[in-house]
Design a protein around this ligand. Structure first.
Ligand code: AMP
Length: 487
């Protein structure tokens, strides 16, 4: 199914196309037609399933088709999305901004913990869509800044988390202020009795029910492995791994567009042809890069998650997570690109110290520990994985001054007195085996935090080398400037 089959208006189709979306996700396929029909909806879906677009897109269409936009200063709040956290509120605002960029609808996001003036200014100027967390909303309602009497569509997002966070009383105070003749969309990742009761009290009888099963299992045909590596060594590790000619067609994931471009540049310097696809590239460029990759002319394709959604390439031998995704479901999506139709695939994940918590979340979701490959030249014992079962996050050997020794590195603070944890880069331990082919083999050890001493005898060659930088760390979602205007 394509978005064209969902009866969406041109400005929205165009925006989705610009986002690089080609196929609606299952929750979008199921929900969008019913929301467009004006039905109430009970959606059981987690973050990562595309649920935000499943409600944002049809709401934009509903509001745009009946828009009274001649006089913006008299616009009324016609849709409200209530969500538990500031981060979610911002992300939802970004979605409205992205999918509604060709529509003359305005939105704003309000949440606590920041000054209220930019938010009240935006409300005064007028918005059709309000995205809010419960506490700040009540605050501003009590001060008379928010009028909910004209709400046509109300969305309660992440209802289970709302209850966990103790927002139930706030919600009960907000609900009576909404018109009863509204359309309501209720989303929750889980549906225990208390949530079902809340849903019954908010939705009209017999709402449409849609549920998508969370992605939590990884195909057995995919061999997974983790490379614990300092962030600055990721470019070299990638180069090293790509020396293995057994890696025929590899998709490298970065979190950001900028990170993707950087990886391509690094590989170009090492004479490894690679192309990047992401939202900043023209449609032509993306298509060309993809057909080069499919035809086998380019061995390495570097992509951000959003751009990669539309990629359907058979015979992908490897997926490399150059950066650990911060949403565990994204990991499952990413590695599911290889090992298709029973074919063997390998998924390699580069994890630096800051990313260990993300790795732990992934291991919890897939309910298994991903084996760690330690026999590569950039292995760092300082980047030990957090054990799946919790426990001490990291135990560093004490240095002479009673603090953890750090590898001395150019461009980084370090303690040059102490030995390095990494295996020798060249010589010493013999030729480093190709990482691609060792992935998941018996050299790997469980990510238990044990075995940290495996590299204790390792020596680092004297001297350092210029630190090269890894991919960027900024959020890929920063389309939206939260300046209170929502634009
Ligand atoms: P959500 O579950 O709403 O948090 O969405 C997860 C991610 O998927 C977000 O980064 C969206 O931008 C992206 N996304 C949502 N729908 C699609 C789609 N149909 N195609 C590609 N990416 C999508």
């Amino acid at each position: 199914m394509t978005f064209d089959e969902l009866n969406l208006v041109q400005p929205i189709l165009r925006a989705l196309h610009e986002e690089g979306y080609t196929t609606p996700t299952p929750i979008q396929q199921q929900a969008i037609p019913h929301v467009l029909d004006g039905r109430d909806l009970l959606g059981v879906a987690q973050t990562g399933t595309g649920k935000t677009a499943a409600f944002t897109v049809p709401i934009l269409q509903i509001l745009s088709q009946t828009a009274k936009l001649e006089n913006h200063s008299h616009s009324r709040i016609r849709c409200m999305v209530l969500t538990p956290t500031r981060e979610l509120a911002i992300q939802i605002g970004e979605s409205f901004a992205a999918y509604g960029r060709h529509l003359p609808l305005r939105h704003t996001v309000i949440f606590g913990g920041v000054g209220q003036t930019p938010q009240t200014n935006a409300l005064r100027r007028g918005v059709e869509v309000l995205i809010a967390t419960p506490g700040r909303l009540l605050d501003l309602m009590n001060q008379g800044f928010v009028d909910l009497r004209h709400i046509e569509v109300f969305v309660l997002d992440e209802a289970d988390r709302m209850l966990d966070m103790g927002f139930i009383n706030d919600i009960k105070r907000i609900l009576p202020k909404l018109p009863t003749s509204r359309q309501t969309l209720f989303f929750s990742a889980t549906m225990p009795g208390t949530i079902q009761e809340l849903a019954n009290s908010i939705l009209k009888p017999n709402p449409v029910k849609v549920a998508v099963t969370p992605v939590s299992s990884t195909a057995d045909t995919i061999t997974q492995s983790v490379y614990m590596v300092p962030k600055n060594d990721k470019p070299e590790l990638l180069e090293h791994i790509l020396q293995d000619k057994a890696i025929k067609r590899v998709l490298v994931f970065t979190r950001t567009k900028h990170g993707a471009d950087k990886v391509v540049k690094t590989l170009a310097k090492a004479n490894i042809p690679a192309e990047a696809i992401h939202g900043n590239k023209s449609q032509n460029h993306r298509q060309r890069a993809l057909s080069n990759f499919k035809a086998g002319n380019t061995r390495v394709l570097v992509a951000t998650d959003i751009a990669a959604r539309g990629i359907d390439v058979d015979e992908l031998t490897h997926v490399i997570n150059y950066e650990v995704p911060n949403e565990p479901e994204t990991y499952v999506h990413r590695i599911g690109r290889t090992g298709r139709a029973g074919a063997d695939g390998k998924a390699l994940t580069f994890c630096d110290e800051e990313e260990r918590a993300y790795l732990q979340d992934i291991q919890k979701l897939i309910r298994r520990e991903i084996p760690v490959v330690s026999d590569h030249p950039y292995f760092s014992m300082f980047v030990v994985p957090v054990p799946l079962t919790g426990g001490p996050a990291i135990q560093r050997p004490k240095g002479p001054a009673g603090r953890a020794p750090r590898p001395a590195r150019d461009g980084r603070s370090g303690d040059s007195r102490s030995g390095d944890a990494r295996a020798p880069r060249t010589g010493g331990a013999g030729p480093a085996r190709s990482a691609g082919s060792t992935a998941g083999r018996s050299e790997s050890r469980p990510a238990s935090g044990g075995g940290r001493s495996t590299s204790a005898n390792s020596n680092r060659p004297a001297g350092g080398r210029p630190a090269s930088s890894g991919g960027g760390n900024s959020s890929p979602r920063r389309r939206f400037r939260n300046d209170g205007t929502g634009q």
